[in-house]
Design a protein around this ligand. Structure first.
Ligand code: FES
Length: 154
């Protein structure tokens, strides 16, 4: 049985866009499907709320590669907020269709991207919390400093 792939899907499979990894990514996720055994890794670089770079590694089928390829092509340059709304139907539409048996590949690609965005947001929140707790206390002398100063005057 041969599956009916569109020319665009075959093109993205044979020459995928944004394949590879990113050193020190702002967001990273690994996702897999226990049924088919396919896997994707997503890497994100974000600046001022925009995805400035996105790459993926695939250990999967032709649709796994093609859906991740078209997804990364579309979300590169998008705001994180907009990228979070990108859904699997849009990937299928962008590829001009996918065989019914391969729809789950597009779902997994979207879930992987969203997981990488979650990772980015988690780190952002953690960094903000750390900055807040490490904020220096200005013009407030500790009781030890006050005691030292009062002893010096005597
Ligand atoms: Fe499972 Fe493609 S067959 S991701």
């Amino acid at each position: 049985m041969a599956l009916d792939y569109t020319k665009k899907t075959i093109k993205h499979f044979l020459k995928p866009k944004n394949i590879g990894s990113i050193d020190n990514p702002d967001g990273y996720a690994k996702i897999g499907n226990m049924v088919c055994g396919d896997q994707l890794d997503f890497f994100l670089k974000v600046e001022k709320g925009k995805i400035i770079d996105v790459k993926f590694l695939s250990f999967g089928c032709a649709s796994n590669i093609a859906t991740a390829s078209v997804l990364t092509e579309k979300v590169k340059g998008m705001t994180v907020a907009r990228a979070k709304k990108y859904d699997w139907q849009k990937i299928v539409e962008d590829l001009g269709g996918l065989p019914r048996q391969k729809i789950h590949c597009s779902v997994m690609a979207v879930q992987g991207l969203k997981k990488a965005i979650d990772d980015y947001e988690k780190h952002l929140l953690q960094t903000a919390r750390e900055k807040k707790t490490l904020k220096p206390v200005k013009d407030k002398k500790t009781s030890v400093e006050k005691n030292l100063n009062s002893r010096k005057r005597k």
